[in-house]
Write a new protein. Structure first.
Length: 270
C-alpha cells in the first residue's frame, strides 16, 4: 500500500491518474455509442487513419496530436460522406480511409530526417508521458461529450437505435451523424497517449463488452463502461509501474482479464 501511495508523490503519475479518469469517461460514453450502433470498425478506420496526421506532423515539425486530430476528423467525415452520399459500401469506405492514413503515415515518417523516438508512444501508448496541455484538452473533450449526451440524449437514442424512425420524425440525422463522428475522432486522438493507435479500439469496446454482461440499458451501459474502463486503466497503470512493462499493453491486458473473469463468474453463477 505504501508503494502505491509513494507513486502519487511523482508529478508524472498524478498526470497519468488524471488521464486515466478522463480517458475512462470519454471512452466509456463514446464507446457505448459505438458498440450500440455497431460501428466499431468505423472507429478502427478513424484510429489508423490518424497515423497519417502523426507522420505529417513529424515531417513538418508541429504537434503530432494536432496532425492526428486533422486526419481523424477528415477520415471520420470522409467515411460518413462516402457511405451516405457517394453510396460506397461502408466496409469499402472504411478500408479506403484506413489504408490511406496508414500509407501516408509510413511515407511521411520515412521522409522525416533523423530518428523519431516518440513514434512508439503514439503507436502503443505511454500514459506516463501525458502532458498538462493534453490533460486540459482531455478535460475539455469530456465536458463537450457529457454536455452533448445530456442535452441531446433522447435524440441520440432515437438515431442510434432506429435511424429511419428518427429521419421520419424530422430529426437532423445527417448532422447528428457528422457531429458524433467528429466526437469519435477527437476521442480517439486525445486518448492515443493512453494506449496508442494500435490498442485504442480495445479501450472503446472491451469495457462495453464487460458492462453488457450486466445491463442492456443504454444509460447504465455508459456508467458501467466508464467504471470498468477506469478500473482497467488504473490497474494496468499500477501493474506497468511495478513490473516496468509498457503501460498501454498492461491496460488492455488488464481489461481483457477483467472481462474473462467476470464472464466466467457470471457463467458459473447461473
Amino acid at each position: 500500500m505504501s508503494a502505491i501511495i509513494e507513486l502519487f508523490q511523482y508529478d508524472f503519475f498524478q498526470k497519468a491518474f488524471l488521464a486515466a479518469i478522463f480517458a475512462s469517461i470519454s471512452c466509456g460514453i463514446i464507446g457505448s455509442y459505438i458498440v450500440s450502433r455497431r460501428i466499431v470498425f468505423i472507429s478502427g478506420g478513424i484510429t489508423h487513419a490518424s497515423f497519417g496526421g502523426i507522420g505529417l506532423a513529424f515531417l513538418l515539425g508541429f504537434e503530432p496530436l494536432l496532425g492526428a486530430a486533422l486526419f481523424a476528423i477528415l477520415s471520420a467525415l470522409g467515411i460518413q460522406f462516402f457511405t451516405k452520399v457517394a453510396e460506397i459500401r461502408e466496409d469499402s469506405s472504411i478500408a479506403i480511409w484506413w489504408s490511406l492514413g496508414m500509407a501516408l503515415g509510413i511515407i511521411f515518417v520515412f521522409l522525416t530526417p533523423g530518428y523519431t523516438p516518440n513514434l512508439m508512444s503514439y503507436l502503443f501508448g505511454n500514459i506516463l508521458t501525458v502532458t498538462s496541455s493534453e490533460l486540459w484538452w482531455m478535460f475539455a473533450l469530456n465536458v463537450v461529450i457529457i454536455a452533448f449526451f445530456v442535452l441531446l440524449f433522447t435524440k441520440i437514442l432515437y438515431i442510434a437505435f432506429d435511424e429511419e424512425f428518427a429521419r421520419a420524425a424530422g430529426l437532423p440525422v445527417a448532422l447528428f451523424n457528422y457531429l458524433t463522428m467528429t466526437l469519435i475522432a477527437l476521442t480517439v486522438v486525445l486518448n492515443i497517449r493512453v494506449v496508442g493507435i494500435i490498442l485504442i479500439l480495445s479501450l472503446l469496446t472491451i469495457p462495453q463488452a464487460t458492462a453488457n454482461l450486466y445491463t442492456k440499458d443504454f444509460k447504465k451501459l455508459i456508467v458501467l463502461s466508464s467504471v470498468f474502463a477506469f478500473l482497467g486503466t488504473i490497474s494496468g497503470l499500477f501493474i506497468s509501474s511495478f513490473l516496468d512493462i509498457p503501460s498501454g499493453a498492461a491496460i488492455i491486458f488488464t481489461l481483457v482479464i477483467m472481462f474473462g473473469v467476470l464472464r466466467l463468474a457470471k457463467y458459473f453463477m447461473k
